[in-house]
Structure formats: structure tokens, C-alpha cells
Design a binder for this molecule. Structure first.
Ligand code: X5A
Ligand code: ZN
Length: 659
């Protein structure tokens, strides 16, 4: 099993800076790297990562993307004086030069390629390269926007060439449009390029019409270029997550990349002077986590922008912690995206629906124009930066508590085996529930569950798994335990995969959100807190489950913000293992990873898989099956029903009537 997170950094890349008065470039300072690296040290993250040395990129590698003439021109900057550097820079837009920048640009690219090598050869699972100069504005024969060589674009070309990759996803979450990267791959269907960027209807730099949502790629590459323009400043966590749920993740999962590259600019975070957005550093842990279930976990983040040193360094720490598998922090206040974000989401989905089945919702939405243009965004930038405690708190040595019913499986090291005989009697809670009490099986069940939950709530472990003789009784016991013994748990999300009409009694007081996936139409009252999803079993419906996960389950779950997530499933239900692993992985983004899996009647291989997902091991992509129209419609119906109450389900500015 591939493990470990690479951290690539070299102080040498701090050794160039702006030498003349040039206000547009003054924010790109060496401290961006040094302060970030210090924060990683302070938080104890450097020693938890695998340090990979940088190297200089070769000319051949630079020429994968750039022209020989351009390379030769850049070389000449090594021997220039300030006046000459200034003159040389003036042929490009918003970029400065220094005698040492060519050297640093080679190191930045070399660091990026070292990272790709380490991930592709499975020396590490994932990693981050902290580099200067950044890359995503750089073009075939032009430096641009602080960028000399296009590190990430070359990384993609290099990975295609060296590892024969056929599908690479580039996620550019920097607040500027990586127009350079877009130009390299516009007609290339093997590289899916996604970028969100401050746009303000072309008023924001680089002020290009081709940065708008209507640029979708050309020729064979049509559909493989995705631009999400932000037409207002002040975008928040909800806006960013909405774009992930309703645009990027569905496309990414349909694309099924073999490698994910992140153009990781953090000028999209709160307090950045360039971006003027409001996403908190903790949001980047989630963005990272949501991408980690793709490409069997092969994911490389490469620094681009980010100009507020405090915000930047904390964002980087959150990204690294997510890579390491640390529990991702609670995100508070997830609500509806703002109207301007919704308008962009709607437009992007509309232009990409013909290319991506996962974006289709019937009827096909019409392009939306000029809604609420003058409506002011309210109260933004009001969130505090999440500051992590300087003394890092080590993860529990055991991550997953496992209680079995006698199944014989060998548990990996990081599992804590729950042995009933070892449960001290005072840890066994007592609660009055006549239907559960008394029977031998039930007592056994209660003891098991009690013990697993205690370990989770006392943070001895992060998550747990229990094999249970009866699912419904187990759910009941968990809920009862939480009300009786765990006051701090006020919201529980139960995801039940099964066909029982009323699996638990619901009070609708918000303490419980029940999402149910079943293969038969369910009778019973639907409410805000009961979401039945009927997924016809015809053919292979794994794609339907994935689709439901992004467009419905995860958004609602994030907005609900549970303290505990419980999944309950029966192996007889014939659900696909790979999809359950995805579910188990992605749901760990909630409740700070406090996830309890209840499994009825498990096969051994099934238990082993679920345990791997709970341990945070890389998981296989879902490749089989097709997304069926009926599955889309069922999910759409629920989305329509629920989007007033769960605003993050919206993908359109105004409500439309559906027949
Ligand atoms: C990498 C990056 C920004 C350039 C802004 C120029 N470049 N106005 O964030
Ligand atoms: Zn930027």
C-alpha cells in the first residue's frame, strides 16, 4: 500500500526578488516561501512528510512546453544589471526578472517533476511542492504574471510522456485564470483543465474573453477546458464547495483521471490582497480531501499564487494535513451559494452538459442572464481565519476501531480491535429500550457499539466499524447511545442503504438527518430530514450512486454539518464495493472524520475494503456502469424538492417548475 506525503522545498527559491519599483509585482516576495515553510515546521508537519530534494529541470523538459528562443532569452537574464532586467521584463505582462530567477525557475520546475516522479513511482502517495516562481500564466514563448516556466503544464506533458498517462486532471484553484495552462491543452482531451478565477465580467486581470465559461476547449479537446468565472469578490466556502459538488467533482469522476495536479494558488483564500475572496484556510483541507479519492490518491499540489503571508501559510498547512490523512476540520456556516456564484454555476453546467453526463439534469437548463446584477453581496469577509494550535496534536496511534461478530480477518496495525471481553463493565451504558433490552444478541450488539462509539468520542480513534446482526436495531442503539451518553453529539447523519420503509422513527427536530438509498420506491413521509433516494437496480447502478453522492448527499451533508456520520448497509443488498469505498472516503470529510460504519452480514473481503477506506488508504476508482437517465431523474426530483431548505443544492438562480 502506497503511503506518505512528499514535501519539496529548497531555500534557494527564496533567493530572488523584485529590485525596482513595480507596484503590480511587489506582492510576490521571497517570504511567501520562507514563512510558509516555518509555519509547516511550527505545526510539526515537516517531520511528518517525506522530504524529496529539488533538482534543476533539464532543457529538454523546459522545451516540452516552451520554445527554444524563449528559453535562450530567459537564460540571458543571468548576466543582466537592474536596468537591463527592467527593460527585458517590459516585453512581458506583470512579471519581473532577477539574475537568479532563471536558476529558481529551473528549480521550481525540477521540484514539480520530482514530485510527479515520486508519486508516479509510488515512493509517496501524494505531495506538495513549495516553489517560486509560479507557473500557470506562463506560455509557449512568454513569461507572464510572475511566472517564467509553466510548472504544472510541463508536469502534465512530462507525466504523459514518461508514464504514458492518458488522463490527467489539472485543478487550478488559484484566484487568477491560468490562461497559460489553458492554451497548452485547449485541444487536448487527455488533460482536463479546470480553473476558477476572479473575473468580474472581464474587468479583472488578465482581462481575457477566453477566461469566461464559454471557453470549453476545441476540436477533440471540446469539453476538457472548464472555466468558472467569479463575477463578484467575497466568495465564501459555500460558493467554493458548490462549484466542487456541482461542477468539478462530477466531471472529475466521469473523467476518471490517472493523476491529479493542483495548481495550488492560495490567493483564492481570505485576506488575499489580489483575490479579495473569503474562503477560509480550512476550506482548502476540504477541497484537497475531496480530490484525494480520485486517481487512487495520486495527487500533486504545486504552489502558484497566495500573497497574504498568514493566510497563505495556514492554507498550505491545511492542504498538507489533508494529504497526511488528518481529520479535516468542521466547516461552519455552509449555506446557499450567493446569486453571482449560482449564475456562474448555472452557465458552466449549461455549456458543459453536452460533454458530461454527470452534469445533466432534465430538462436542460437555459443560459441565465443578468439576474440580480446590482444586488449587493452581504456580510462577507466576516469569518475568522482558523488558526491551528502551534503544538500539533498527534493523531491517535490507532485510527479505526473494529468490532466483529467472529469473522476471521487479519486487522492492519492501525486498527484497534474491540474485544468484548476487554470492555470494562462501567463502559457499558445502560439505556431503557424495551425492544432492544433483554435479548442476548441485542446485549452483545449494544456492548460492541458502545465500545466503538466510546473510542470515537474520546478521540482514541477517528472512526469505527461494527459488524452487526441487525441493522435497524444497531441504528436504534447508536441513536439511543448518543442521546443518553453523548451530549456533545447534537446532529447525526445516518446514511442507510436499504429498502425498509421506516428504518428509524424521525422527530424532524434536526437531531437526525436520514438519507436513504434504496432499490425500491419508498413509501413514507418525506421531510427536510428524511431524504429517500430511489436508485433503480437495472444494470449496474454504481454511476447512479456516485452521481447521487455529489449532487445530493454531500452537499446536504456539508450543510447539515453533523457531529457523527453513520453508514448502515447490508452486504446482501449487492452494492458495489468500489462505490462503498468512495462513500466511506468522502464522508470522512464530515464530522471531523467521525464515521461509524455498521455492516450487516459482511463478507470478509468487504470488511477488508471498508477498513482500508476507514484507514485512509488509497482507493480504486469506479470505472464500470453507465449513468442512467432514470437515476438522474430520481436525484433531480429530490434536489428540486429540497433546494429551498438545503440551499447548497441549487444550481440555478431562480426556481424553475419541473414537470
Ligand atoms: C501566480 C499568480 C498573479 C499575477 C497578477 C498580476 N500571478 N497582476 O498569482
Ligand atoms: Zn494567482
Amino acid at each position: 500500500m502506497v503511503s506518505g506525503t512528499a514535501l519539496i522545498y529548497d531555500e534557494e527559491m527564496t533567493r530572488y526578488r523584485l529590485l525596482w519599483d513595480y507596484p503590480v509585482c511587489s506582492i510576490e516576495v521571497p517570504e511567501r516561501l520562507s514563512v510558509s515553510y516555518s509555519e509547516l515546521q511550527i505545526q510539526g508537519l515537516v517531520e511528518r512528510c517525506i522530504s524529496v530534494p529539488v533538482r534543476e529541470a533539464t532543457e529538454e523538459e523546459i522545451l516540452l512546453a516552451h520554445s527554444q528562443d524563449f528559453l535562450e532569452a530567459i537564460k540571458t537574464t543571468q548576466n543582466m544589471d537592474v536596468e537591463q532586467l527592467k527593460a527585458f521584463a517590459s516585453q512581458f505582462q506583470d512579471v519581473y526578472f532577477h539574475q537568479n530567477i532563471y536558476h529558481c525557475a529551473k528549480l521550481a520546475l525540477g521540484a514539480t517533476l520530482q514530485l510527479v516522479d515520486a508519486v508516479m513511482t509510488k515512493k509517496v502517495r501524494n505531495g506538495i511542492a513549495l516553489v517560486r516562481p509560479p507557473g500557470h500564466h506562463s506560455q509557449h514563448s512568454a513569461a507572464n504574471g510572475f511566472c517564467i516556466f509553466n510548472n504544472v503544464a510541463i508536469a502534465a506533458l512530462y507525466a504523459k510522456k514518461m508514464f504514458d498517462l492518458k488522463r490527467i486532471l489539472i485543478v487550478d484553484w488559484d484566484i487568477h485564470h491560468g490562461q497559460g495552462t489553458q492554451y497548452f491543452f485547449e485541444d487536448d482531451p487527455s488533460v482536463l483543465y479546470f480553473s476558477w478565477h476572479r473575473y468580474e465580467n472581464q474587468e479583472f486581470w488578465p482581462n481575457l474573453p477566453e477566461s469566461d465559461y464559454s471557453t470549453v476547449g476545441k476540436g477533440k479537446g471540446a469539453g476538457f477546458n472548464v472555466n468558472v468565472p467569479w463575477n463578484k469578490i467575497g466568495m465564501q466556502n459555500s460558493d467554493y464547495l458548490s462549484v466542487f459538488f456541482h461542477i468539478l467533482l462530477p466531471m472529475a469522476y466521469e473523467f476518471n483521471p490517472e493523476l491529479v495536479l493542483i495548481s495550488a494558488g492560495f490567493d483564492s483564500a481570505i485576506n488575499d490582497p489580489e483575490g479579495k475572496m473569503c474562503a477560509t484556510p480550512a476550506c482548502f483541507a476540504h477541497l484537497t480531501h475531496l480530490l484525494m479519492s480520485l486517481a487512487e490518491g495520486k495527487i500533486c499540489a504545486v504552489l502558484e499564487g497566495g500573497y497574504d503571508l498568514h493566510s497563505l501559510s495556514h492554507c498550505i498547512c491545511h492542504t498538507v494535513k489533508a494529504f497526511l490523512g488528518d481529520p479535516v476540520p468542521h466547516l461552519l456556516n455552509i449555506s446557499s451559494p450567493c446569486d453571482s456564484a449560482l449564475e456562474s454555476i448555472q452557465n458552466v453546467r449549461a455549456v458543459h452538459q453536452q460533454h458530461w453526463a454527470f452534469l445533466r439534469s432534465l430538462p436542460i437548463s437555459m443560459k441565465h442572464q443578468n439576474v440580480n446584477d446590482d444586488k449587493k453581496l452581504e456580510q462577507f469577509c466576516n469569518e475568522e481565519i482558523h488558526t491551528s494550535s502551534p503544538n500539533y496534536c498527534p493523531l491517535p496511534p490507532k485510527r479505526t476501531a473494529v468490532a466483529l461478530l467472529g469473522e476471521k480477518i487479519e486487522l492492519p496495525d492501525r486498527c484497534l480491535k474491540i474485544n468484548l471481553d476487554s470492555v470494562p463493565s462501567d463502559e457499558i451504558w445502560s439505556f431503557k429500550d424495551s425492544t432492544v433490552e433483554g435479548q442476548k444478541d441485542s446485549l452483545h450488539l449494544q456492548k460492541n457499539l458502545c465500545s466503538v462509539m466510546m473510542k470515537i468520542f474520546q478521540k482514541e480513534v477517528q472512526n469505527g466499524l461494527a459488524a452487526v446482526p441487525c441493522l435497524l436495531e444497531a441504528i436504534k442503539a447508536v441513536l439511543s447511545f448518543c442521546t443518553t451518553c453523548a451530549n456533545s453529539v447534537s446532529r447525526i447523519l445516518v446514511l442507510y442503504l436499504g429498502d425498509k420503509d421506516y428504518p428509524v422513527s424521525l422527530e424532524d427536530d434536526g437531531n437526525l438527518l436520514l438519507i436513504q438509498m434504496s432499490t425500491k420506491k419508498l413509501k413514507g413521509r418525506e421531510s427536510k430530514y428524511h431524504i429517500p433516494i430511489f436508485l433503480p437496480k437495472e444494470g449496474n447502478n454504481v454511476k447512479g450512486v456516485l452521481h447521487a453522492l455529489f449532487s445530493l448527499i454531500l452537499p446536504v451533508a456539508y450543510m447539515y454539518n453533523p457531529d457523527l456520520v453513520v453508514t448502515a448497509l447490508s452486504c446482501q443488498s449487492g452494492v458495489d464495493k468500489k462505490i462503498l469505498n468512495q462513500l466511506t472516503s468522502l464522508l470522512q470529510g464530515l464530522a471531523e472524520g467521525q464515521l461509524l460504519c455498521l455492516i450487516h452480514d459482511p463478507e470478509v473481503s468487504f470488511l477488508e475494503d471498508t477498513i482500508c477506506s476507514l484507514l485512509g488508504d488509497p482507493i480504486l476508482p469506479v470505472t464500470d456502469g453507465v449513468l442512467q437517465g432514470e437515476a438522474i431523474q430520481e436525484v433531480e426530483q429530490q434536489r428540486q424538492r429540497l433546494q429551498e431548505q438545503w440551499g447548497i443544492l441549487k444550481t440555478q438562480v431562480t426556481r424553475t417548475e419541473y414537470s
